[in-house]
Structures are given as structure tokens and as C-alpha cells.
Write a protein that binds this ligand. Structure first.
Ligand code: NOJ
Length: 770
């Protein structure tokens, strides 16, 4: 407390002193647009030496979760010189209080350090991986889990989140698909907004000053999801049109929602690495979109400019990145080592540095760090908030809403609690605990997540449902020294016989399989996306018993389930559900919760179909499965259609779409059409339907996708209940970017589909815009 008062006093004095100096020319545009904040920033800046300024642009990792070379860095040295602006992936109110004290001891002007972290899906209370949560299509829920994550993170000292990750991803080989919201631009943009709202947490987003809100970071700008061949960090070559139509929109949405920071992408984009890309950061981000927050590089990304063959050396990299408009250097020590020299040589100007530092200082002011550098280190609040009952119950709810029922032949599921049933529980995920949080569970305790067996036993305790167990096989692991799937240590078939014995003595086989969590996430790409190891072999053996088989999957990417979809009775995609995994899956399997989630990424039939996504173009030779013919756009060895399309997800109940009415079939500029429909729960369970609205522009001056998601409603319906939903189709909904990339809506006919999935063509209408 003493230190706080002392610091506050110093900063106060600095501001008073500097206010008496001649007014500085405004060299930067503030995020807040608040003249008082601007004046404060200018005041501090005017007192800073060049070294102190450059120090603010320097960021280190606490090495808690390093995602690259752990540099033999000079952090201790720079700390003593007051030259660290930010540290990331460090946690704990007490620990960070101590770090801040040290920083303030050495910082001549008492400039607080900003602590950041990758709080991707919860801090200690781990929510489902973001890809899973996106399958809930529940924007309020995603805002709530982001809010809860921010509550826990800020109570643990962290005020800047390296999330949300909003890269559109259409290649399930790429391990990082687990971090995003899938393949669709409309949905992913809405999710980006929800998460930014949740982290920054306030209705007036320009006020970050509450101690339980944090800066969000839109990452990775841009195109990272289009890494060639689904291999992480690989080159990206996409047209300007693809950038505008596909990869930019979630980032624009995040800005619109007030996101305070951006992170660069590792990849080069059309020949220029993102971390030194003037077009991206100057022309697009700052000029075209007017973004006024701060930009940080990704981990060692300036250093990597040399590997890209774009910078001669680190000094050159520092110059190129600063020129591109980057404000903070994560890990590379490029700015802190070389910027001063570059200024002295006249290769960069101090003015450029002032702009970057102003952006950083503004964030520190907005977060309230200058008023109280210790405001995020509240050990008492940390105790109350972290893993609170409320957050744990939210984790269970989020997991329930994320589980996708892919197949349910003969209504095999749910396995109700009021029957007598012998269930053989088989597979490496029955007792697996460590993997349930998935990757990027930054502080999620891997020994606390509820296993499937624990969840099932709790759910069915005292009922006539009895479980017998055999593991059957193991999950193949990664050899962490080579980062390759281990060749020598492959699971063998020794457990198969016991599994078959247990299966034969049961009424139904419940198999839990998937990927070890190291098999998805950063730097975890696969060329074969079937179930790893010999899991499919075990499934084949179990199928031979003739008993019905239910497969529950725990994984971080769409898998090739071609054999499983054809041969098994039911498939439940649970993803990595987080802390409450076992409970949430048991809730769904038992029917206590009716599944409602829908895929946000297409499941291909095999890797050869990749990239496969629902809103592709029609081509000049579209293949018509109803009238097949030669020389059409198709494969000779597999259908064009995916195994499970975007938007797919089954329920235990049934929904009917009735009384669908359009109040007009055509409209003109300034008008709109209203589409109304009654959604009826005609089945035997209370349930929730996600109603999806798709359009197709039949003829346009630019070829348009065969379908585009334009809106959706998540409708909760009791058994027998009917609700009316309404959509507005206006000019904006039909618009697209023309040849010059300007928004336009062209007159003509449009197909409209209202359905339960992207391949549902049952409710089809044609409207025209005149
Ligand atoms: C590398 C990842 O690409 C990025 O998303 C993350 O924020 C940083 N490492 C910091 O951990």
C-alpha cells in the first residue's frame, strides 16, 4: 500500500511538472480519444529517455508456457535498467506483486509493468476448447465464459489476454483449429465479438479501468489459418479477395467491438512476413480500419524474419517491424538491442518510437495501472474468484452445450437412468484425465478434470445401469524430444482380448477414444486425421461382437471418421470439454441434457478432400450427384460431400419447421423482407434447436459461394412447445464485395434456406432484390 501511494505521488508529480512544459505536438491518435489520457501519456513520454521508451516496447515470457525458443535472454539485466514494458504467462497475485515491486524499484519514472497471458479457454476453471465452445453457437455463453476467464485472470494479476484467436480455419490438419471458432466468417466474427466483450467486459469498452476487466488481443493478423498443407508456421499465399472475404472479417469485427490489441501472425503473407508487413499494419489496420490500440509481435517473430529470408539480421528485423507499425516485441530483444542504434544512425526516427510507446502507455493508463500498479494483485479476490462454484458450474454448462451428437442410429442414445443395462466401458479415454482440458489450458489443473468414468458413475449411481471396464489400448504419445508421433512406443493389441470379453458380456459398448492433448494445438499438425494408433482396430474388433457401439470422442480437430460413421451406431463428439468433462458427457449420454451443438468445421471423408468447407464456389462444371456425368468437378474415389457438414448436429428430440412465411418475395433498396417460422419440438425431450439461415446469390459480378450463413437463432423448446422466430432479410444481408472490393448488393434472385444444417435443403425459397 505504501508503495502504491508513493508511486501514485510520483506519477502525479510527473504530470504536474510536465504540464508546465510547452504543449507537445500530438503525434499519435489515442484509442480512448480522451484528451486527459492523451495529456497524461504525453506528460510521461516527455520525461522519458530514449532507453526508457525502448524498454516499454520490450516483452518477455515468464517461461511458464514457452512456445518457441526460450532465449537466453537478458531479462534480469533489462529489469534492473527499468527496460521491460510487459511480461507474459506469469500468474498469481502475490508473485506478480513481487515482480511489480521489483520493476518499480528500478523504473526511474515508476512506470508499471503490464502482465499478459494466454487465457484461451479459462484460467484455472478450464472451459471447453474454443472450437468446441463455438459449436454451442451460443454467443451469450461464450461472452460469459470469457468474462469468467477474465475474472480469474485479473484476480491473478493478469490484465492483458492474448485471446481471442480469430483465425478462420478450414484445414483440420492444422493443430491450431482447436483455438478458433471454425470455418465460417459470419459465425466466427460473431464469436470474436462475444469474446472481446467478455474479456474487456464492459458496456462502455473504452473504460478498461475496472479491476476485473482485461485487454483482449485479436490474433493472429493474418491468414495464419491458411498455412500451406495445414503445417504450422507455413507460408500463406491467399488473394486479396480471400483476405477481404474470409480472413479479415473477424478482425474487423473485433475492432468494431473495441478490441485493444492485435498480435502479428508468424506466417509470411503473399511474400511478406506479417510481422514486418506495412500493407497489413499501416494500410489496412491503421489507415483503412482506424485501429488505435497496440500491436505486439508473436513469440520471437522479429527474430524469425531472418529465417524467412526477409531481414539480414536482428537489427534489420527491428527496423522492418517498427516501420510496419509494430509496437511491442515479444521475446526477440530486437527493439531493446537495436532501436537506439537505429535512431542514432537515422534509420528510424524517435518519433516512430514515441508513437509506439504512447500506445503502450495509454493502455497502462486505461487499465488504471498508473493509479495503482498493484490493482490486479488481490490475493483475497483471487481466492474467492478462481475456481469459484459459479465458474465450475458455468464450465459444466459450457461443456454440455459444446457436445455434438454426430450420429444416433435407431435412437440408441440417450442411455436413460431408469433402465437395467450392462454397459461395457472401453477405451483409453475412460480414465484419461490429463488430456480433457485440451491444449492451452494455461493454469488448468490437469489432475482435477472429471474423467468420463467418474462422470458416469456419479450420474448412474444407484440406477440399474452397470458398468464394466477394459481399457483395450492406449493413446499413442508424442516423443517430446523429436516432437514426432513416437515410432518405437506404439500401443499394441495386448488389451484387445480383455476388451472383447467385457464387451461380449454387455448389452451395449461405450467406447471413449480420441487424441492425446499434445496431438492438437500449436505445432501439432497431422497428415493423417484418423483416430491415432490402433484405436480404429479396436473398434473393428468390438464391432465384431455384434453389440451396439457408441463412440465418444475427445479431440481437438475434425477427424476422418469414415469407417466409424459407417459402422458404429452412435457417435458423440465431446472435443476437449475442460474441467467438468466427465459430468458434462454423462449429462448428455444419460439424456439429462439434450444435445444441441452444431459443427463449426466440416468433417471430411478423408484428408484428400481438404480444404473442404460448406461455402465453396460452384465451379463451371459442378457435379450433380443425382445425375452424375464425366468431366465434372469431382473425385473418382470419394464423394464431394463431407462426412459431416458444417452446421450438423443431432438432437434426442425432433424439430419441425412450419408456417414459414415471407412477407414478400421481392424488395427494393431501403426495404426488407421478414421471414417468420414456427419451430415445433415434436419429439420426446425438451431440447434446443439452432436454426440456420443461408443464402445464395444466383448471379453476381463476382462468383458467389453455393451457400452462406447469414443468421441463426438458438431456440430452446420444451417437449411439444412451439416458438415463432423471425429474420430480417435486407440489402446488407445480401451484400458482398465487388471487383474493387467495395460493398455492393446487386439486383437479382437469391436462394434462401432455413434449416438445421448447411446441407438441409428442405425449406427453400427464392427472393429477388430489385
Ligand atoms: C505463440 C502463439 O502463436 C501465440 O498465440 C501466443 O499468444 C504466444 N506464443 C505467447 O504464448
Amino acid at each position: 500500500m505504501t508503495v502504491f501511494k508513493y508511486t501514485g505521488l510520483i506519477v502525479g508529480c510527473l504530470i504536474v511538472v510536465s504540464c508546465q512544459q510547452p504543449k507537445k505536438q500530438v503525434i499519435w491518435q489515442s484509442y480512448s480519444g480522451d484528451p486527459i489520457i492523451e495529456q497524461k501519456v504525453d506528460s510521461v513520454l516527455s520525461l522519458m529517455t530514449l532507453d526508457e521508451k525502448i524498454g516499454q516496447m520490450n516483452q518477455y515470457s515468464g517461461n511458464f508456457a514457452s512456445t518457441g525458443a526460450v532465449s537466453d535472454n537478458q531479462s534480469g539485466e533489462y529489469l534492473k535498467r527499468g527496460m521491460i514494458g510487459s511480461t507474459f504467462n506469469v500468474f498469481g497475485a502475490d508473485h506478480l506483486r513481487m515482480l511489480q515491486e521489483q520493476n518499480l524499484k528500478y523504473s526511474r519514472l515508476k512506470i508499471p509493468m503490464l502482465f499478459a497471458a494466454d487465457v484461451i479457454h479459462g484460467l484455472e476453471t478450464t472451459f471447453p476448447i474454443p472450437l468446441a465452445e463455438a459449436c454451442s453457437w451460443d454467443l451469450e455463453l461464450m461472452e460469459e465464459t470469457a468474462r469468467a476467464a477474465a475474472e480469474e485472470a485479473t484476480a491473478s494479476g493478469v490484465a492483458w489476454n492474448f485471446a481471442p484467436m480469430i483465425d478462420i480455419a478450414r484445414d483440420p490438419r492444422w493443430g491450431r483449429v482447436m483455438e478458433g471458432a471454425g470455418e465460417d466468417v459470419f459465425l466466427a466474427s460473431a464469436v470474436a465479438r462475444a469474446r472481446v466483450r467478455g474479456f474487456q467486459g464492459i458496456s462502455d469498452y473504452r473504460d478498461l479501468s475496472k479491476p476485473n476487466t482485461m485487454m483482449a488481443c485479436a490474433k493472429h493478423f493474418v491468414g495464419y489459418g491458411a498455412a500451406q498443407a495445414g503445417r504450422d508456421y507455413h507460408s500463406v499465399d491467399v488473394s486479396e479477395r480471400s483476405l477481404y472475404d474470409t480472413y479479415f472479417p473477424p478482425f474487423e469485427a473485433a475492432i468494431d467491438e473495441g478490441v485493444t490489441s492485435f498480435m502479428t501472425a508468424f506466417n509470411d503473407l503473399n511474400g511478406v512476413p506479417c510481422t514486418a508487413n506495412n500493407y497489413l499494419y499501416k494500410d489496412i489496420l491503421r489507415e483503412a480500419w482506424g485501429f488505435k490500440g497496440m500491436v505486439v509481435t508473436d513469440y520471437t517473430a522479429i527474430m524469425e524474419l531472418m529465417h524467412h529470408g526477409f531481414a539480414r539480421d536482428l537489427k534489420h528485423g527491428a527496423q522492418l517491424s517498427l516501420d510496419a507499425g509494430i509496437d511491442m516485441d515479444m521475446i526477440s530483444e530486437a527493439f531493446v538491442t537495436h532501436l537506439k542504434e537505429l535512431v542514432e544512425e537515422g534509420k528510424v526516427s524517435e518519433k516512430q518510437i514515441d508513437v509506439a510507446v504512447s500506445r503502450i502507455l495509454e493502455m497502462k493508463f486505461l487499465l488504471g495501472l498508473f493509479d495503482d500498479p498493484y490493482r490486479y494483485f488481490d490475493a483475497e479476490r483471487q481466492k474467492q474468484v478462481v475456481m469459484s462454484e459459479a465458474n465450475q458450474s458455468l464450465a459444466r454448462q459450457a461443456a454440455q452445450q459444446s457436445i455434438v451428437l454426430l450420429k444416433n442410429e435407431g435412437k440408441l442414445l440417450p442411455l436413460s437412468t431408469d433402465q437395467a443395462l450392462k454397459v461395457a466401458l472401453i477405451g483409453p479415454f475412460v480414465d484419461e484425465r490429463a488430456s480433457l482440458n485440451g491444449e492451452w489450458a494455461i493454469k488448468g489443473n490437469r489432475s482435477r478434470s472429471v474423467t468420463l468414468r467418474e462422470g458416469l458413475e456419479a450420474k448412474y449411481k444407484g440406477t440399474g445401469v452397470q458398468f464394466t471396464y477394459a481399457k483395450g489400448t492406449d493413446l499413442p504419445l508424442l516423443d517430446r524430444s523429436t516432437m514426432k508421433a513416437s515410432k518405437d512406443n506404439q500401443p499394441d493389441e495386448r488389451g484387445f482380448a480383455e476388451a472383447i470379453k467385457v464387451a461380449k458380456a454387455s448389452d451395449i459398448i461405450l467406447v471413449a477414444m480420441g487424441e492425446n492433448f499434445h496431438w492438437s494445438g500449436e505445432a501439432a499438425c497431422r497428415t493423417d486425421i484418423t483416430l491415432p494408433g490402433n484405436q480404429r482396430e479396436l473398434l473393428k474388433a468390438l464391432k465384431q461382437t455384434g453389440k451396439p457401439v457408441v463412440l465418444v470422442l475427445f479431440n481437438g480437430r475434425p477427424l476422418d471418421l469414415s469407417w466409424e460413421a459407417e459402422n458404429l451406431d452412435a457417435i458423440v463428439e465431446a472435443w476437449y470439454p475442460g474441467l467438468m468433462a466427465g459430468h458434462a458427457v454423462a449429462d448428455v449420454l444419460s439424456g439429462a441434457v439434450c444435445p444441441s451443438a452444431k459443427l463449426v468445421m466440416t468433417f471430411p471423408r478423408n484428408v484428400g478432400q481438404i480444404p473442404i468447407y460448406y461455402n465453396a464456389k460452384n465451379t463451371g462444371r459442378p457435379f450433380d450427384a443425382k445425375a452424375p456425368s464425366d468431366y465434372k468437378s469431382s473425385y473418382i474415389d470419394v464423394d464431394n460431400t463431407p462426412l459431416f457438414p458444417f452446421g450438423h448436429g443431432l438432437s434426442y428430440t425432433t424439430f419441425e419447421y412450419t408456417n414459414i412465411m415471407l412477407n414478400a418475395e421481392s424488395f427494393e433498396q431501403g426495404e426488407a423482407i421478414t421471414l417468420k417460422a414456427d419451430i415445433v419440438n415434436s419429439g420426446d425431450y425438451d431440447g434446443t434447436e439452432i436454426v440456420q439461415l443461408y443464402i445464395r446469390d444466383r448471379v453476381a459480378s463476382i462468383t458467389r459461394p453455393v451457400k452462406e450463413l447469414k443468421d441463426f437463432r438458438k431456440v430452446a423448446l420444451r417437449k411439444g412447445e412451439t416458438k415463432t422466430i423471425e429474420f430480417t432479410i435486407d440489402e446488407a444481408l445480401l451484400s458482398f464485395r465487388d471487383r474493387n472490393l467495395n460493398w455492393t448488393t446487386e439486383p437479382g434472385e437469391f436462394d434462401i434456406w432455413l434449416g438445421t444444417s448447411s446441407n438441409d435443403e428442405s425449406n427453400h425459397f427464392v427472393i429477388s432484390f430489385n
